[in-house]
Write a protein that binds this ligand. Sequence first.
Ligand SMILES: [Zn+2]
Length: 330
Amino acid sequence: MGQLIAGIDIGGTKIAGGLVNHKGRLVGGTLTVPTRAGEGIKTSYGQVLRVIERLLRQAGGKNELSGIGLCAPGPVNPRTGMVLNPPNLPGWINLPLARKIEDRFRLPTKVENDANAAGLAEAVFGAAVGYRHVFYVTVSTGIGTGIIINRKVYHGKNGVAGEGGHVSIDYRSHYRCGCGTLGCIEALAAGPGMARRARVFLEQDHAAASLLRDMCGGHLSRIHPQMIEEARAKGDPVAKAIVDESGFYLGVWLAGMITLLDPEAIVIGGGVSRIGKPLFDKIRETIPKYTINREFAAKTPILPAKLQRNVGVLGAAALLLPAGELAEEW
Ligand SMILES: [Zn+2]
C-alpha cells in the first residue's frame, strides 16, 4: 500500500485532482480540466476517470497510492458513496461513484460532499489545525457548511447533515432561497444575495448616490459581489452598508450555530470571505449579541480559511488520511 492519496474535486465548472501525502501536502501540483458538464454524464464522468488515470501515472503506478478521495457538489450520500442529483452536473443521478471508482481502480475510495470535505481539510491541515470541533462555512455563490466534531464530519441519520446554508434567519423574508425556503442565510448573504440587496436598494432609492451605478453602467442587474467590494474599498456608503448587512446576517446566523454546537473555532472561506476584515469585524461584533453564552461566543475564534483554491482536492484526500478515516465513522 502506497503513501499517496489521489484527491479529486468534481465541480460543475472544473474537475481538479492532485496527489496528496499523509501530511496533507500536495505532491507535484494539481491537474485541472474544465468540466464538460453540458455534454452529459458520459463525458463528465469520463473526464474524472482521465484525471485519475493521469494521477496514477504521475504517482508511478497504483502501488504508490493508498486510496482515492472524491468530493462532489451535494446532494451526496457519503455512507453509500452515491452522488444523488447535483443541479450543476446534469445526468449524475443516483450515481454509485465510490463503488464505480473502487471497482475500476481497485483502490479504497471515499466520496463526500464538497463543503464537508473542505471543512475536514481546514480542520485537519488548514486554518483550524489544533481544534477538534470546527464549524466550517464557505460563502460564494451559495453557502456551504460542514460540521466537524472530534475531527470527524458529522453526517446525521441520512448523510445529509450540515446544510447550514439553508437554515433560515428570517421566515418573513422577501427572499426565497433556491431550496424553496424563505430567508435562508444563503439567500440573504451569499454572493448573489448581496448583489440582489444592492440592486433592490438602488432601485428603491433613486436619490441614493453610489459608485455602483457607474460601475454597472446603469444596469443594476450587472452588480456582482466583487463590484460591491471594490466600491466599498473606495468608500462608497451603499456598498459599505451592503457589506455591513452581510456581516450582520452572517453574525446572527453564526451566533445560532455557536449556541447549538459550541465549536472550538469557526472557519470562513469562499469568494465573499475575501472581503476580509470589514466583513469579519461585523460578524465578530454581532455574534455575542445573538447567543446565550455571550462570553464563550465572543471568544470563539472566527478564522479565515487557509487552503482556498486547493481546498477541494485536499479535502477529498483528507477522507483517506488517518484522521479522515475517523471522519467516516457514524
Ligand atoms: Zn435554502
